[in-house]
Design a protein around this ligand. Structure first.
Ligand SMILES: [Zn+2]
Length: 173
């Protein structure tokens, strides 16, 4: 993946004056961020998002320090990281509830046309994500991606259908 293909990363350079070298470091770390892994294996940045996810000030200061950015430059970087972290946290909660699959929903919202239109309606394993552009991604994980997913609840959305299950239940009694 070339970050220059994503207008959200380009904005960091063109609107906020962040250097390409700095953006490359940001993107590399961004792609590594995974709050689905076990807490013991969190990087310092993942730990911060996990513990201080709601405190934008603390994370913006961390982001500014790590990448050598001004406060104004750190804000859009924090926003992009935060969206990824929020997606992964939601999936982590679903995994804890026993959800294993999701159906990709391309919302077409946001400022930029979504590049994930082909994934719309497809079922995927939420532990792995969906293969896209040589990587595995979850809906909403990519910078600026506004895609979502519907969790598939085992026993309801899987065949046999609920109606069939009910029929079977009543025919037994
Ligand atoms: Zn998307």
């Amino acid at each position: 993946m070339d970050w220059r293909d994503n207008p959200n990363w380009l904005d960091l350079r063109d609107r906020y004056g962040i250097s390409e070298t700095q953006i490359e470091r940001v993107v590399a770390d961004f792609l590594q961020l995974d709050l689905r892994r076990s807490v013991e294996r969190f990087s310092p940045t993942e730990r911060l998002f996990w513990e201080q996810g709601k405190d934008a000030g603390v994370i913006a200061a961390h982001v500014a320090e790590v990448y050598g950015l001004t406060k104004k430059q750190a804000k859009p970087v924090w926003t992009i990281f935060n969206a990824r972290a929020a997606t992964q946290e939601a999936v982590r909660r679903q995994l804890a509830l026993g959800v294993r699959q999701g159906i990709w929903r391309c919302t077409m919202a946001g400022r930029n046309p979504c590049s994930h239109r082909d994934l719309d309606g497809k079922t995927f394993d939420i532990r792995k994500g969906m293969p896209f552009d040589g990587r595995m991604i979850l809906p909403g994980e990519d910078a600026g991606c506004m895609c979502m997913h519907s969790p598939v609840i085992a026993g309801f959305d899987e065949s046999p259908t609920l109606l069939q299950r009910l029929r079977r239940m009543f025919s037994r009694s």
